[in-house]
Design a protein around this ligand. Structure first.
Ligand code: SAH
Length: 406
C-alpha cells in the first residue's frame, strides 16, 4: 500500500516500481493499443451531447415523489413552496437553514410553523444519497465516498484537505463513456448521467460529513465522468452551487475538467461564467492523443487548442493544460518541447500530473527523476508549470482511480 502523498517512495500498491508490470510497449511507432481497440469505440456516441439522451430519473415518473431540493435554484425552491400555498419569504428561511446554517432536518427549522415543518419534506426532498462506503487516507487528509443513488447507481466523490484549504472533487456521470485508455473510470463505460441534484448533493454531503470548515472551499469536476458530456445538468449544478442563497461558491472556485469536447467548450465559454477550465491534453501529437484520449479522433489537437484559446479569450481566464506523465509514452524531451510550443501559444498554465497507477492497467508513472527532468525541460520555456502530486492515491481516490477497487 502506498503510504505517502509526496509519492517519492517506490511503493505502489504494495509493489516496488521495479516489481510492478512493465512499461507498455508503444514502440516502434506506438505499438498495439493496450486497452480499448480504437475501432471498437463508437465516436459518435463519445461525442454525442448527452442532452440529446438526457436521463429521465425514475423519480420524475412517480407523481408523489417531491423533487430533490438540491437540484433547485433558489427561485425554483420558492416556486415549489408557493405552489404548495406557502408565502414566498418561507423559501428564504428554508434556503438559509439548508445552505447557510447547514440544517436539513425540517424539525429543527425553528422559525417555521409546526405544520410547515411537517409539510416541507413532502414538497421538496432534503435527503442526501446514502453512503455506501467511506474510506479515509491514513493521514486523514483525503476521504473517498461511494454514494448510492436512488436507483442503486454508485458514484464516487473525494474530499481533500491541504495547505490551500478544502477541495471537493465531484462526479458528473456514473462511469464514463470517453474510454481514455489510462483511466480507471474509463474502463467502466458509461452507466448514466447524473442529475444536477445528484451532483450538488455530493458537495453538500462532503461538507456535512467531513465537518471541515473552509468558507473558500474549491470544487473540481474531476471525479467520474466527462462533465461536458452531461452539459445541461452540470451547468445547472454549477448555478445551484453559485447561487447567492445557495452555497455561494464563486465561479472562480469551480474548475471543470474536460477531455476535449470542443463544441461544448465553445458553448461554455459563452455562458458568461468564469468557471476554470482544465483540459486533459496528455499528448502533443494527434498520433499519440488519438490512442490515449479517443475523443481526439473527433476533435483533433488543432481544434482543441483553438477552443481552449476561445475559452480563455472569452472568459478572461487562463485555461489549465493537464498533462499526465506516463513512463515511456509521453515523457520525452520532444514531448516537453511540443508541449511548450502549445502552451506558449495560449493563455494557460500547465499542470503536470504524475500518473497514478491503476491496478488492472499496464501504464506506469515515470521515476521521480524523469518527472523532474520533464519539468526542467519545460520551466525555462513555460514558467507557469505546476506539478500535481495527487492526493488520495493510498485509498484509490486520486485522479483517474475512481471506480478502481480501493
Ligand atoms: N473527463 C474529465 C475529468 C476526468 S478526471 C477529463 O477527462 O478531463 C480528471 C483528470 O485526471 C483528467 O485530466 C484525467 O485525464 C486524469 N486522469 C485519469 N486517469 C488518471 C490517472 N490514472 N492518473 C492521473 N491522472 C489521471
Amino acid at each position: 500500500m502506498r503510504v505517502d502523498r509526496d509519492l517519492h517512495g517506490t511503493l505502489i500498491y504494495g509493489m516496488t516500481e521495479s516489481q510492478s508490470s512493465p512499461t507498455p510497449d508503444l514502440g516502434p511507432g506506438l505499438g498495439p493499443p493496450l486497452v480499448a481497440a480504437p475501432a471498437d469505440i463508437e465516436l459518435d456516441a463519445l461525442a454525442r451531447d448527452a442532452e440529446a439522451a438526457e436521463f429521465t430519473p425514475a423519480r420524475s415518473r412517480i407523481p408523489s415523489a417531491p423533487p430533490s431540493f438540491f437540484g433547485l435554484l433558489p427561485e425554483e425552491v420558492e416556486g415549489a413552496l408557493v405552489a404548495a400555498g406557502w408565502p414566498s419569504y418561507r423559501a428564504h428561511q428554508v434556503l438559509d437553514w439548508v445552505y447557510a446554517k447547514r440544517t436539513r432536518d425540517p424539525g429543527a427549522m425553528s422559525n417555521l410553523g409546526k405544520a410547515q415543518r411537517e409539510q416541507l419534506g413532502g414538497i421538496v426532498d432534503l435527503a442526501l444519497p446514502r453512503i455506501h462506503r467511506q474510506v479515509q487516507s491514513p493521514k486523514g487528509d483525503s476521504v473517498k465516498y461511494a454514494l448510492e443513488l436512488h436507483d442503486k447507481t454508485r458514484v464516487e466523490s473525494v474530499a481533500m484537505l491541504s495547505k490551500r484549504g478544502v477541495t471537493l472533487c465531484v462526479s458528473t456521470q456514473a462511469g464514463c463513456g470517453m474510454a481514455c485508455v489510462f483511466c480507471a473510470t474509463g474502463t467502466l463505460g458509461l452507466t448514466r448521467n447524473l442529475k444536477a441534484d445528484e451532483i450538488v448533493a455530493q458537495v453538500v454531503h462532503m461538507l456535512e460529513t467531513t465537518g471541515w470548515e473552509d468558507p473558500g472551499f474549491n470544487i473540481v469536476f474531476m471525479g467520474m465522468g466527462e462533465p461536458l458530456a452531461n452539459y445541461a445538468q452540470t451547468l445547472k449544478a454549477i448555478n445551484v452551487l453559485r447561487a447567492d442563497e445557495g452555497l455561494r461558491v464563486g465561479s472562480r472556485r469551480i474548475t471543470l475538467s474536460t477531455c476535449g469536447m470542443v463544441p461544448q467548450m465553445h458553448r461554455l465559454a459563452k455562458e458568461g461564467l468564469q468557471v476554470g477550465l482544465a483540459i486533459s491534453l496528455h499528448a502533443t501529437t494527434d498520433e499519440l492523443r488519438d490512442r490515449l484520449v479517443p475523443i481526439n479522433r473527433r476533435y483533433p489537437l488543432r481544434e482543441l487548442v483553438r477552443a481552449a484559446d476561445f475559452y480563455a479569450t472569452h472568459t478572461g481566464r487562463r485555461v489549465t493544460l493537464e498533462y499526465i506523465l506516463l513512463a515511456g509514452v509521453n515523457d520525452k524531451k520532444g514531448d516537453a518541447e511540443r508541449l511548450a510550443d502549445i502552451a506558449n501559444a495560449l493563455p494557460c498554465k500547465i499542470n503536470l500530473i504524475p500518473y497514478n497507477p491503476v491496478p488492472q492497467l499496464p501504464w506506469q508513472r515515470p521515476t521521480d527523476e524523469a518527472i523532474q527532468r520533464f519539468a526542467d525541460w519545460l520551466f525555462p520555456r513555460c514558467p507557469a508549470v505546476t506539478l500535481r502530486w495527487s492526493q488520495g492515491g493510498e485509498i484509490a481516490a486520486a485522479c483517474g482511480q475512481l471506480g478502481a477497487k480501493a
